[in-house]
Design a protein around this ligand. Structure first.
Ligand code: PEP
Ligand code: MG
Length: 325
């Protein structure tokens, strides 16, 4: 592993037939951003800001957040970072928002759904992100989007925040790209409408899989259902990727699938060109890409959406991977 990392860190992620693939990293804090450099990622595709909040005894202030985001940007490869706004609730609770017991936390009051109750909280984060955005090439990403109305509302909040910063003479990045996560089936099914509202999208395949399969991602009893080899997951991903490519809107996949070689093959065949993963997986995925012809992935993508059973898909992909590597 270590040899492979040193060996291919500075090599481009280009396939045998000459297609450049972008390999980005998912980070939860500053140390991960440093690791992203050493594994040869070309940027941070997902910064999960909730860890800053989960590890803080009180609400991090605007300046504490600003400092943290700036450090992440400065440590990130090429100073490129997609910063995701808070994705709390579900399985992640912080004491200062009170504890909310819910029968179905993953289907409940999570993420941007907390916005109407805590607008100031969100706005403070936006101020910090807009200010830190001056330090590099930064995108702003909203998680758990289910409807176009949610995007409208968030965009209004961004506009208001920009106005306030301007009025207060606070320097900030005026041209941050704005994107949303596609991780709720509703958003995936209406991807064409979502794309009208944003500059880019990022597919959260962890949540998308749990919601498509109606199987809790943290419940071992249903783990056999919450996995991406089920044909409906690949079918939905194919449709999202295809629409994004037709519209020329950047699409990244940032769930665990991005770091799994067997999943990467059909995703490449579907036309996906950007993957964001835990830094540890970057060397393996880069080595895989450098070994393959992208055109060989097209029939693989077709086959995984034709097969009927997850075990068949898994066996087929294992066999293809062995044949290629
Ligand atoms: C996902 O849902 O796939 C994702 C990348 O976000 P998280 O794992 O933080 O929910
Ligand atoms: Mg998610």
């Amino acid at each position: 592993q270590r040899d492979r990392m040193v060996e291919n860190r500075d090599l481009p992620a280009v396939s045998q037939d000459g297609h450049a693939i972008e390999l980005l990293s998912n980070v939860n804090g500053v140390p991960d951003a440093l690791v992203s450099q050493s594994v040869g990622a070309s940027g941070v595709g997902l910064y999960r800001t909730e860890y800053l909040f989960l590890t803080h005894p009180t609400v991090p202030t605007e300046s504490e957040q600003y400092e943290n985001y700036r450090q992440i940007i400065e440590q990130a490869p090429n100073r490129r970072v997609i910063i995701r706004t808070l994705d709390l609730g579900g399985d992640k609770q912080v004491p200062y928002l009170g504890t909310h017991r819910e029968a179905n936390p993953f289907m409940g009051w999570r993420s941007v759904r907390l916005l109407s109750a805590y607008p100031d909280f969100f706005q403070t984060q936006l101020r910090a992100i807009l200010r830190a955005g001056q330090a590099g090439d930064v995108g702003l990403l909203f998680p758990m989007i289910s409807t176009v109305e949610e995007i409208h509302r968030l965009r209004r909040l961004v506009d208001r925040t920009r106005m306030e910063l301007t009025r207060g003479n606070v320097p900030f990045q005026g041209k941050l790209a704005i994107g949303v996560m596609i991780e709720v089936p509703a958003a995936a099914l209406c991807i064409d409408q979502m794309l009208d509202e944003v500059d880019f999208v990022s597919i959260g395949s962890n949540d998308l899989t749990q919601y498509v399969m109606a199987a809790d991602r943290d419940n071992p009893k249903v783990a056999h259902l919450c996995e991406p080899f089920h044909p409906p997951v690949f079918r939905l991903l194919r449709s999202v990727i295809r629409t994004c490519n037709e519209r020329g809107k950047p699409v990244t996949l940032c769930g665990e699938m991005a770091g799994r070689p067997r999943c990467v093959l059909p995703l490449l065949g579907m036309g996906l060109r950007r993957f964001s993963m835990s830094p540890a997986f970057v060397p393996t995925i880069k080595a895989l890409i450098r070994k393959i012809d992208l055109k060989d992935c097209i029939p693989i993508a077709e086959q995984v959406t034709r097969l009927r059973r997850a075990d068949e898909v898994r066996a087929y992909l294992s066999e293809r991977l062995r044949a290629i590597c």
